[in-house]
Each structure stands twice: as C-alpha cells, then as structure tokens.
Design a protein around this ligand. Sequence first.
Ligand SMILES: C[S@@+](CC[C@H](N)C(=O)[O-])C[C@H]1O[C@@H](n2cnc3c(N)ncnc32)[C@H](O)[C@@H]1O
Length: 290
Amino acid sequence: MAGDNFATAAAADTALLREYDLSDDDFQRIRRLVRERLGISLAESKRELVYGRLSRRLRALKLRDFGSYLQHVEADDAGELQHFCNAITTHLTSFFRESHHFDFLAEQLLPALERNNSRSRRMRFWSAGCSTGEEPYSIAMVLLENVRHLRGWDIRILATDIDTNVLSHARCGLYSGERLEKLDSRRLLRWFEPAQDQQHYTVRDELRQLISFKTLNLMDDWPMKGPIDVIFCRNVVIYFDREIQRRIVGRMAVLQRSDDHLILGHSESLLQVSSQYQLVGDTIHRRLAG
Ligand SMILES: C[S@@+](CC[C@H](N)C(=O)[O-])C[C@H]1O[C@@H](n2cnc3c(N)ncnc32)[C@H](O)[C@@H]1O
C-alpha cells in the first residue's frame, strides 16, 4: 500500500517539522476551554487548524510549549484569553452573503415593519457574530435604500462579535477592492469612497452611523433589551453543539415578540433546537406567539 506509506511518511515529516508538541492532553484542554468560553464544539479533526492558529501565540509570547501557553490563557495573563478567542474563531464573510436574506429584508420585512411599528416609529436589527462588518453594512445599505422616507424614525443596527480584531476592522470600515469585487457597481459608487491608496474603499459615514459595534460573547450575559425586530445570526451557531444552540436561541426568543424574525446561515436549522420559531423562508424564521 504505497499510498499508506506516503501518508505515514508525510505525517512523520510534519511531526518532525513541528516547532511545538501538541499532546493529546493539551488538545483536550483546548477543546474544553473553547467549549466553555466560546460555546464552540471543536472536532478531533481540527487539531492541525488549532495548532496552526495557536502556535503563532506561543511564538509571539516566546513560550516553549502548549502547557505553559494554556496556563497563561487560563489565568488570563495580560488578556491572553481574548487573544486565544480571536485566534480560534473563524471569520469568513462577505457583502450580501446569501443574498436572498437581503431581498427578503427589502421586500417583505421592511414594509411589514413600517406598518406594524408605525406607533413606536422604531426598528431594531442585530447582527450577532458580525465578523469584519460586511453583514451589518449590507443590512445598513438595504435600510437606507428602502426606508429613507421614514423621517423621524429611530432605526438602529447592533453589530456584535467576540473577536476584538474583527470588530476593529468592522468599525474602521475599510475594505480592499478584492473584497468588494462582487458588490453591485451601483452600490459600490453609492456607499463607498476610494481610500487614498486607490486600492481600498471606506464605507460612507451614513452607513456607519446606523450601526453600533460592540464586543459580545454570546456565552456571557447580554446587556441589551428587546424587542429586536430582526436578528441575523448567520454561520455562528453552526460551531456550537445542540445544547448551547438551544440556550442561545432561547435567549434570542426572549428578546423578540411574535412576528419578529431570526435569520440563520445556509447550513443551520432550528430543528430540535427551538419550537418558538416557524420556518418561513430559506433559513428565515418567524417568532411564534408565547
Ligand atoms: C463565520 S463568521 C460569520 C460572519 C457573518 N455572520 C456571516 O455569516 O457572514 C462567525 C463569527 O462568529 C463569531 N463568534 C464565534 N463564536 C462566538 C461567540 N461565542 N460569541 C460571539 N461571536 C462569536 C466569530 O468571531 C466570527 O466573527
């Protein structure tokens, strides 16, 4: 079995090339910590990924092994717990990712909110797990394109993430031309201005002013009060195990009234997670009464 021999030799080479030893005990300790702190359930198969992401921290701190590193994290020396969380989380995102959600927002949700909230003249949106900001800025573009006529309304987007690095990027609102390649050219012209280097673009203040960016770990207490008309929590709970998903979706349900909406990512579902929502579209859920 030549293939197997190659595979064994390749694994041995990788081990030889490794700067640090990641023992089974260390890996299990990391898995426990990640589940407790972030809610994320790390599969055995993520060992290489974890090694790659955390070995950078060992190097930066000039530590010799994962055991000493984990002591730093557990004691939260010099805020290492935050660096650990930043290193572990996955941030893939893009403008108008899963574009049908934004069509639904423009065509169904906003007209309904305009009718139903006409007394309070208030709308609240939450991008939970907003990464580098593409999601809340996409929501903001749709809002400004569709509800500009609602003068005097109080309309806000809360955008939260556990990772302080991606949040700084989001707040700054500076994106490379590459990240904006797929954005409709009319939107690019309307909502972005070229940066001085001519290779990046900055979001216009009008968009930024609609959004409050805040650090928030979904596993901790949430400071905000409802009601929140629409929650976007896309491609976040997929990393959590079912028990944690139940807990988090249950807490979201408390912040929503009947007919409010919860939008999940393409491979996420509320099956066996919550019976407080009804599926009304492609991963779009409507809060039921009660
Ligand atoms: C894959 S990104 C999704 C970004 C965006 N929602 C989208 O769908 O394009 C997942 C985001 O969830 C954040 N995240 C993971 N665990 C979290 C937690 N426990 N609390 C808050 N945010 C978390 C990560 O930092 C990351 O930015």
